[in-house]
Structure formats: structure tokens, C-alpha cells
Write a protein that binds this ligand. Structure first.
Ligand SMILES: Cc1cc2nc3c(=O)[nH]c(=O)nc-3n(C[C@H](O)[C@H](O)[C@H](O)COP(=O)(O)OP(=O)(O)OC[C@H]3O[C@@H](n4cnc5c(N)ncnc54)[C@H](O)[C@@H]3O)c2cc1C
Length: 383
């Protein structure tokens, strides 16, 4: 049986960052993955352009039972460290909507750099891990391609969303086996199924403000044939679920605008006025008008403006689209019994966790990969 100092389970973003850090400390390292090639989720991330970090990475952009868990890792490995890493690898980037960094020449440039950095690591691919045992100071990792042994193990098996690229719940099983709690998982950064908008509006996108709990999100939103999607909705679903309030005309006091128009230009139609702020088809759906604005009572104008500015999906009616399409999961290994400084288990010395397998989910915009790089590198520095 081949013996290693460190075995990393999962050749994704966190696992490869961990491998690079561990080999640079002259550890004998292997990385085991169930798939054919490393970093498959990285390769499809950001629509193939990989939004690999965000200048705003801080605890308030992360969600889970204890988002403060990320503080130590993210203050040690900042977005500027990741940009310096990209520069070192000659990776060109583009900055989209202040602070969101994408790989200008595609995600492959990031994947290649990760694999280069892990040079010296044994890659054991097509080897789903089915079991990890600990005996006499060593871990024994059972796979479809035989058993491997190591002094330390880093579990970097990711989340269980987007199964098309190959995912498993083995990370949760390993954690449980060593006494860790698992926070139940659910899809996040995904669309919401709802019939609040009629089917014939599908395909229209616009700028919206979504309030969920105490959080206010301003971003673009898309009406789909099954509900709503787009960045604003994705961002809402990674937050703690609560009643969702959608304002599709966030930049105007639309009631006042309509009331004024009634007195100054009573022959105008409401949909024409609303169309100055939103696509005409939605404007028509909102007012469903049969008369000129002068013939509307103020209470009717109030109701129309409410239909545009406070569309509510009660918490109990939120149907998250699916694990199949979600970019990440909320939930995972409870961070309570993990050291935020080293990523080592407080219950089992030598056992480390990194990346999305932990109960940490980041906002849309490069925060999840940033967490994977930071937590992975720290685990690799300590394993
Ligand atoms: C479509 C899509 C687009 C995204 N775009 C972005 C983006 O632009 N920016 C961003 O920040 N985040 C993005 N994300 C999220 C980001 O990709 C993940 O959060 C990140 O990849 C998590 O890294 P990880 O290393 O923890 O897990 P992963 O990258 O998922 O890696 C886990 C690895 O573990 C392996 N594994 C699992 N089970 C086993 C087993 N039993 N045996 C052996 N190996 C196993 C898997 O094969 C996989 O290679 C996107 C996600 C999706 C699905």
C-alpha cells in the first residue's frame, strides 16, 4: 500500500490549492478524485470565464451557522493575494462590476495554473473514495482503485449541487464518522420556482431590489418559464430564507409619479408611464389598464404601485429550483469543531476540511472560489 504524508480527497478548487501548499512544504502528497480530470467545477465556473475572486471578500459575504469562521482564512489570504497568484501565472483578468475578477482567457487558464502549482502531487483519478478509517496514527482511504494510507487527510469533496460534474456526499459521511455534526444541505445560488409572473413574460430581465430578512440586494433579475432567476434571485437564495419582497422599480417613488401624472397629464396611460422604468410587457401586466390615468382613484394607483414595488413571496412558499442547477449548497460540515486557523478537526487530529464541504456558502461574485482557495491553502499549510 502506497503511503503518503498527506492525502487530499477531492481535486477541486480547495483540494488543488491544498496540494500546492502541501507539496511546497516537501510533503509526500496524493490527491484522489472520483472524476476523470481535476477542477471540473472550476472549468465551468462563471460561464466558463471563472469569477475567481472578489475584492469585497469579507465575512459579511458568507453564510452558514457561523459566517465569522471565514475571518481568519480570508484575512490571511486576501483577494489581492489571489490576484498576485494569477499575475505570477500570467493569467489575464477582467474586472466586472467593481471588484469581481474573471479570467479573461477562460477558466482553463486557472485550471492549468492550479495543476502546475500542485506539481509533485500524485493524482489518483477515477477513484471514488468509499471509506476512511483511522488506526494507529494513520488514515486508510478506501477507493475503487485500491487503498491508500496517510498521516493526514484533507477532505475537500465540495458540495452536492450541480451533480452533472460528479459530486458525492462522502465528505459529510467522513465528518460524521469522526463525530462532526452536519448542517442539513439545500440548494443555494439558484432560481426560485413561482407563478407570480405569467408565462408570457418569460425571458424579460430588469434591475430589481430584493429584500430578504435584513438584507437588501440590488441586481438584475430574470423572469423564466418556471419562476424567477438572475443574479438578484441567486443572491437571495444564499441568504437565510425569509419572506422575499421584490421591487421592480427601485429608483422611483412610483405612487407619487402616478399621482402627479394624474393631475398634470390625465390622458396618459399608466403603462406608458411605467414603461419609462420597466419593459413595456411588464408595465402592461402590472396595470392591466382599461382607462386613462385621470380616471383612477388614488387607492387604485396605490395598489398598482404596490404591485410593482412590493411583490411578495412568503418564506413558506419559497421553492428553490433544484440541486441540479444550484451553484452551491447551504449547509455542510458544522464549523463548530473545526479550527478556523488551520482547518483541522478539533475531534480528530490529522483530519482537515476545506472548501464547500464545510457549512460556508459565499455570495455570487467569486466569493465561493475565494473561500476554496483560502481554506484549501491553509489546510495544505498545516496538514
Ligand atoms: C455552474 C457553476 C458555476 C460556478 N461559478 C462560480 C464562479 O464563477 N465563482 C465562484 O466563486 N464560484 C462559482 N461556483 C461555485 C464554485 O465552483 C464552488 O464553490 C467551488 O468549486 C467549491 O470548491 P471545492 O474544492 O470545495 O469543491 P469542488 O470544486 O466541487 O471539488 C470537489 C471535488 O471532490 C471530488 N469528490 C467528491 N466526492 C468524491 C469521492 N467520493 N471520491 C473522490 N472524489 C470525490 C469531486 O469529483 C470534485 O472534483 C460555481 C458553481 C457552479 C456549479
Amino acid at each position: 500500500m502506497t503511503k503518503y504524508d498527506v492525502i487530499i480527497i477531492g481535486a477541486g478548487a480547495a483540494g488543488l490549492a491544498a496540494a500546492a501548499a502541501a507539496v511546497s512544504r516537501a510533503r509526500r502528497v496524493a490527491i484522489i478524485d472520483m472524476g476523470e480530470s481535476p477542477a471540473r467545477k472550476v472549468a465551468i465556473s462563471g460561464g466558463g470565464r471563472c469569477n475567481f475572486t472578489n475584492a469585497a471578500a469579507a465575512a459579511n459575504r458568507y453564510f452558514g451557522k457561523n459566517p465569522d469562521f471565514v475571518r481568519s482564512a480570508i484575512s490571511r489570504i486576501t483577494p489581492y493575494d489571489i490576484l498576485a497568484w494569477a499575475q505570477h501565472h500570467n493569467i489575464k483578468w477582467v474586472e466586472k462590476s467593481s471588484g469581481q475578477y474573471f479570467a479573461a482567457n477562460g477558466a482553463d487558464s486557472i485550471v492549468n495554473a492550479l495543476i502546475n502549482d500542485a506539481h509533485g502531487t500524485d493524482f489518483i483519478m477515477n477513484a471514488p473514495v468509499s471509506d476512511v478509517k483511522y488506526n494507529d496514527g494513520k488514515f486508510f482511504i478506501k477507493t475503487m482503485r485500491g487503498e491508500f494510507c496517510a498521516k493526514s487527510v484533507i477532505v475537500a469533496t465540495g458540495g452536492v449541487s450541480f451533480p452533472a460534474v460528479g459530486v458525492s456526499d462522502i465528505g459529510y459521511k467522513i465528518a460524521k464518522q469522526f463525530g462532526h455534526k452536519i448542517i442539513p444541505v439545500r440548494p443555494a445560488l439558484c432560481a426560485i420556482k413561482t407563478n407570480i409572473f405569467p408565462d408570457d413574460l418569460a425571458g424579460i430581465s430588469f434591475d430589481a431590489e430584493i429584500k430578504i430578512g435584513n438584507e437588501v440586494i440590488r441586481d438584475s433579475m430574470l423572469i423564466t418559464h418556471f419562476g424567477i432567476g438572475g443574479p438578484a434571485v441567486y443572491r437571495a437564495t444564499v441568504r437565510n430564507l425569509d419572506d422575499v419582497h421584490i421591487n421592480i422599480i427601485p429608483d422611483a417613488d412610483i405612487y407619487e409619479t402616478l399621482r402627479k401624472a394624474k393631475t398634470t397629464n390625465g390622458r396618459r396611460s399608466i403603462s406608458t408611464i411605467l414603461s419609462e422604468y420597466i419593459p413595456t410587457r411588464i408595465a402592461k401586466w402590472i396595470c392591466n389598464e382599461q382607462k386613462n390615468i385621470a380616471d383612477y382613484k388614488d387607492s387604485e394607483l396605490r395598489a398598482i404601485s404596490g404591485k410593482a414595488t412590493n411583490i411578495v413571496i412568503p418564506k413558506c412558499e419559497i421553492k428553490l429550483h433544484s440541486m441540479q442547477s444550484a451553484e452551491v449548497v447551504r449547509g455542510g460540515v458544522d464549523t463548530d469543531m473545526i479550527s478556523s486557523k488551520t482547518m483541522e478537526s478539533k475531534l480528530q487530529p490529522g483530519l482537515f476540511f476545506a472548501g464547500e464541504v464545510l457549512d460556508i456558502a459565499g455570495d455570487l461574485g467569486g466569493f465561493n472560489l475565494h473561500w476554496a482557495w483560502a481554506s484549501g491553502r491553509i489546510a495544505g499549510e498545516n496538514a
